[in-house]
Design a protein around this ligand. Structure first.
Ligand code: ZN
Length: 497
């Protein structure tokens, strides 16, 4: 039988143990929890001999069952449970000002982010019980080893939530999912529980930004740096200044920006933000095809599915200056033979996905050339995953994937199992999976009886590689490399004028 008082006490004990809650706030927290959970008769159990859990979801489960039984979660969907769960956790974690003070008390930013990342997990804002279910593997390709993930941690939308969302008035408050006003927000209009959400103010390039982690952590310490104001994404010289000011302050993190144009940009273009984190991406090991140096900046042309120029320098001002010059050069660059047009009428099509890192005293800036032209044949984008690859991925290729980490849709988890079975049993796919039929025919031809999981994983990686190759403006073919070389020569000439 459940014992709600004991369960509340265990959660409070968890908060104390993981330094989320201070001892002098115990009674206060218990009373707030009793209020939220409609508990009238609290029994103060002695739980000093109970082992403290590391995993908040175990402690939250019985509390959520109690809340559902009391009719406190309506309708009883996963997202409404998440919203309620966030309210529970909010009671035992620091207020934003307390977190901010703690964060700034650390002598270095490495300790500060360690503390904050741990808090984001222990507060169940990052649901490790879900993110640990993500499927992760590495596969070799001609460009090097790629990082592959199938992300299962974003909850599927329940039809009842969609109906509820349809009734609300949009564009009210907060303006978007990234806005700073999501801190502590109960999710009324967004339907996402953010009561336990915390952000930390950081000043970059003398402007106010906030640091937070992504609740879906696509890689280690996946963070988001968002602007105080709800203003649209835009890549300018400020972007390069901000990226390098950030990696100076947080040298253990990279920071990159999605392009400022649709199709080649990220999923949220309405709010200026960057993504960073502590992870070594496959692109870092990409081979260099050629390079030239101007002032103290080396320009490396990379062998990579997308067209990337890596700037490298010990001089921060110079790398920013030349990053901006390269960006402006690309914005106006047309190469008809490669199908690259900077403008059609007055609409710009060239954009950049810039990613900054620092290693010791050396700064790196990976500049990925993007173009968002569409055509009759490719209505979703010429330099975008092509239709024959949509059965694996059809979403925009953002900066994470530019760096060689695939974020694949959750549906593939079950779909790939069905494909494996169809290969092993030489059978057909069920009707709803016919989007994979052509691929299956091909896979059956090349399958030689090896370990089926490895086989499929490597084939999915090749599909992903094709998706990002589709997104490259200069292809890594003989002709494509020639075009890329032409670009590099013209760039060098323009920069040395
Ligand atoms: Zn916003």
């Amino acid at each position: 039988m459940s014992n709600i008082s004991k369960e509340i006490k265990e959660l409070v004990q968890y908060g104390i143990h993981h330094k989320l809650l201070k001892k002098e706030d115990i009674d206060y927290a218990i009373n707030k929890l009793c209020d939220l959970l409609s508990v009238d008769n609290f029994n103060d159990y002695d739980i000093s001999n109970t082992e403290v859990s590391d995993e908040p979801s175990k402690l939250l489960k019985p509390l959520l069952i109690h809340a559902s039984e009391q009719g406190l979660i309506k309708p009883n969907t996963i997202s409404k449970q998440d919203i309620f769960e966030a309210k529970i956790m909010d009671i035992i974690i620091p207020r934003p000002s307390e977190l901010n003070k703690e964060f700034n008390n650390f002598k270095n930013t490495l300790d500060a982010t360690n503390y904050y990342y741990n808090l984001s997990q222990k507060s169940n804002y990052i649901k490790t019980s879900r993110t640990s279910k993500n499927i992760i593997w590495k596969s070799p390709t001609k460009y090097g080893v790629l990082d592959m993930t199938i992300n299962l941690s974003k909850p599927e939308k329940d039809p009842r939530d969609i109906i509820a969302a349809g009734k609300k008035t949009t564009g009210t408050y907060p303006k978007c999912l990234l806005c700073k006003e999501n801190v502590g927000y109960n999710g009324k209009t967004t339907n996402i529980g953010r009561t336990n959400h915390r952000i930390v103010p950081v000043e970059i390039n003398n402007e106010q930004f906030y640091l937070q982690y992504s609740p879906y952590v696509y890689y280690n310490e996946h963070c988001i740096v968002l602007k105080k104001e709800h203003v649209p994404m835009n890549v300018t010289i400020d972007t390069f200044q901000r990226l390098f000011d950030f990696v100076d302050q947080f040298p253990h993190y990279f920071l990159g920006s999605n392009a400022g144009l649709p199709i080649v940009g990220g999923s949220i273009l309405s709010h200026e933000h960057y993504q960073g984190g502590k992870h070594k991406f496959p692109i870092e090991d990409a081979k260099v095809l050629s390079s030239f140096t101007i002032e103290d900046v080396i320009f490396n042309q990379l062998y990579w599915p997308l067209s990337v120029i890596r700037l490298e320098s010990n001089n921060k001002e110079k790398i920013i200056k030349y990053g901006d010059k390269l960006f402006k050069f690309w914005e106006n660059y047309t190469l008809k033979d490669a199908g690259v047009f900077a403008y059609t009428e007055n609409t710009p099509h060239n954009a950049i996905t810039p990613i900054a890192r620092k290693n010791g005293n050396t700064y790196y800036l990976d500049m990925t050339l993007r173009n968002n032209l569409t055509s009759k044949e490719f209505p979703l984008g010429i330099f975008h995953p092509h239709p024959e690859n949509h059965h694996i991925k059809k979403e925009n290729i953002g900066l994470i994937e530019v760096m060689g980490l695939a974020v694949l849709p959750a549906r593939l988890d079950t779909e790939l199992e069905a494909i494996k079975k169809a290969i092993i049993n030489d059978s057909k796919l069920p009707k709803e999976l016919l989007i994979h039929a052509e691929w299956l025919t091909y896979l059956k031809q090349i399958y030689k009886g090896e370990n089926i999981t490895n086989f499929i994983n490597n084939q999915v990686a090749i599909k992903f590689m094709n998706c990002i190759e589709n997104s490259g403006v200069f292809k890594q073919t003989e002709v494509g490399i020639e075009h890329f070389n032409t670009f590099m020569e013209e760039l060098q000439n323009a920069l040395t004028l």
